[in-house]
Design a protein around this ligand. Structure first.
Ligand SMILES: Nc1ncnc2c1ncn2[C@@H]1O[C@H](COP(=O)(O)OP(=O)(O)O)[C@@H](O)[C@H]1O
Ligand SMILES: [Mg+2]
Length: 245
């Protein structure tokens, strides 16, 4: 049974792409076939994070223009069994319309257990396209007011796109920084503002950032990847404690 999940945030730089690649890697390591779709037209980055930039010939825009088949835009990630990427158009003006992306995803979704769509920042047309095919959503925020407001806004937009199953991920969490900044009493305050159910708190973890930025997301031993494994379990309906260190 396939599941199509959009990763959104409203505000840029909260860690959507990092979460998309990390979660995709966890699912693939569990034996699932996973398609990551990069929807950040003109600003794509998942190919770097997956270490396959050199292999790319076609992207989503080529499938839309008819220069290639949809299958031609699906690339296996070397060394990551079960993980595939559909790259975003190189140029921002090649942004894909929501219904068109919906048709492309429909054409390949049955080949995969999970389709993870990495949304661009904002709630504009790129976000609308990314959300269109999705059955559920993860909203990624950092523990800062501007980011939390972005999460609140994007949650409302996701609901107006018909997506009801929306979970909150608090990313780059550092307990000491959180206390020192004193912006919130506790994490419940953030959860209440976003109106979303929490699915995981990913620690600030430079081992994860470095592994993913260098295209080596395979190492599951760092703390952030362990949290992503628990998020994966919760997405699959298994009860895992929300550990906060
Ligand atoms: N849990 C984390 N710990 C440390 N750095 C992180 C974490 N998640 C993301 N980052 C870093 O934050 C920056 C933005 O991440 P990225 O995934 O590109 O965000 P977005 O896709 O939302 O723009 C990158 O430098 C990335 O390495
Ligand atoms: Mg991104």
């Amino acid at each position: 049974m396939k599941d199509i999940i959009v990763i959104a945030s409203g505000k840029g730089g909260t860690g959507k792409s990092t979460v998309a690649v990390g979660l995709g890697t966890v699912f693939a390591n569990e034996g699932f076939r996973v398609l990551l779709i990069d929807c950040d037209s003109g600003m794509r980055g998942l190919d770097i994070m997956l270490g396959i930039t050199q292999n790319l010939v076609f992207d989503i825009a080529d499938a839309v223009s008819g220069s290639c088949t949809v299958e031609n835009t699906v690339y296996p990630c070397p060394g990551k069994k079960g993980l595939f990427l559909m790259p975003a158009p190189l140029n921002a003006y090649d942004e894909i319309a929501p219904q068109v992306l919906g048709q492309l995803v429909e054409g390949v979704a049955d080949l995969f257990d999970y389709v993870i769509i990495d949304s661009p920042a904002g709630v504009g047309s790129g976000f609308e396209a990314a959300a269109y095919p999705a059955m559920r959503a993860l909203v990624v925020v950092n523990a800062e007011p501007t980011s939390v407001r972005g999460g609140q806004n994007v949650a409302g937009k996701l609901r107006s796109c018909g997506i009801e199953d929306i979970r909150l991920v608090i990313n780059r969490f550092n307990k000491n920084t959180f206390r020192k900044m004193g912006l919130y009493q506790d994490l419940d305050e953030i959860i209440d503002i976003t109106t979303l159910q929490l699915i995981g708190i990913i620690p600030e973890d430079y081992a994860l950032a470095a592994a993913i930025q260098s295209g080596k997301s395979g190492d599951l031993s760092c703390p952030a990847m362990k949290t992503l494994s628990r998020i994966s379990a919760r997405l699959q309906g298994r009860l895992e404690p929300l550990l906060i260190k």
